[in-house]
Write a protein that binds this ligand. Sequence first.
Ligand SMILES: *Cc1c(COP(=O)(O)O)cnc(C)c1O
Length: 370
Amino acid sequence: MKWNEAVLSLKSYQPGKSTDEVKKMYGLEKIVKLASNENPFGCSEKVKESIKNATHSFAIYPDGYATSLRKVVANHTGVKETQLIFGNGSDENIQIISRSLLGAGKNTVMATGTFSQYRHNATLEGAEIREVPHIDGAHDLDGMLKAIDGNTSVIWICTPNNPTGKYIPEPDLIAFLEKVPEDVLVVLDEAYSEYAVAEDYPRTNQWINKYKNLIILRTFSKIYGLASFRVGYGLADEDIIQKLDPSREPFNVNTFGQKIAVVALEDQSFIEKCRTENQKGLQQYYEFCDAENLAYYPSQGNFIFIHFKHDADVVFQYLLERGYIARSGKSFGFPNSVRVTIGSTEENEGMIRTIKSFLNEVALPSNSLY
Ligand SMILES: *Cc1c(COP(=O)(O)O)cnc(C)c1O
């Protein structure tokens, strides 16, 4: 058959093993999954209540314009309803952007070691990918600017960056946006912005009124704890939204996702609690890593990227066999680093204990003469 060449060059996304699979494989009773940056506290109790009481007709298509959710998100973010696009998760918004702006003869700029879907979608569209290595886990913004040429159509910025957890301070991001040519779309993926607490982490909503080549992506999958419902949104100038919209499937966000995201957004006290707990969890890891001389990047997300002196897959496998699922950094281009999602205090303690036993059992003997 006459497959597109790009399709044949790609593999399916490899999701983490399911907890049931891991339980069976290693005869474990309990699995702690800290692999996909999901919220260890689940979602707001109010959301759970509203799911119980849901009485929507399954036979009716969703509202393609996401009218109610659009109103609430516009109100929450302080932008106009016409400055929003909704996706079946940020994943779909990344796909919509790629379909609309990438293709053969164009190129797209991104960091090495960032969210995998930028590259995946760019490959599908047949665009040339220009990856710029990080500097100490942070985007090299000057390097990325230099990579832009007349055929660049999209530049991807992830802050806090998945998997490194590094963020771009406000002045640096503004200086960067000032220099990007006006005909290059800047995608600012802020999937973890609600977790960020750094004072110079920028609050960017209103920037779309100034930078007409900026789209900001947010999601309900991470701090809101609604990954299974698949709801994400983008903020951008009306003209961008209008031009992207035809690439969106007409009924892309399901009815339950729309209703439940509204309830989730209205319970900001849950979000605050999760942000505070996440800071405590990060502190647990910082103290442990410092004490063990393990290198890591300080994180503004709900995950920490720890650098071992060992093959990341070996560390991953050791943890897996003991019931702790993390994410090897190999696929991100970091062969010795492991990304761990911040869990509850107890989950973090368990993960830390297991990493410590790895260091004692595996890491040390191989480095010592005894
Ligand atoms: C998880 C994640 C997404 C995808 O979010 P969905 O809304 O679940 O599709 C997008 N960008 C980054 C950086 C992520 O980590």
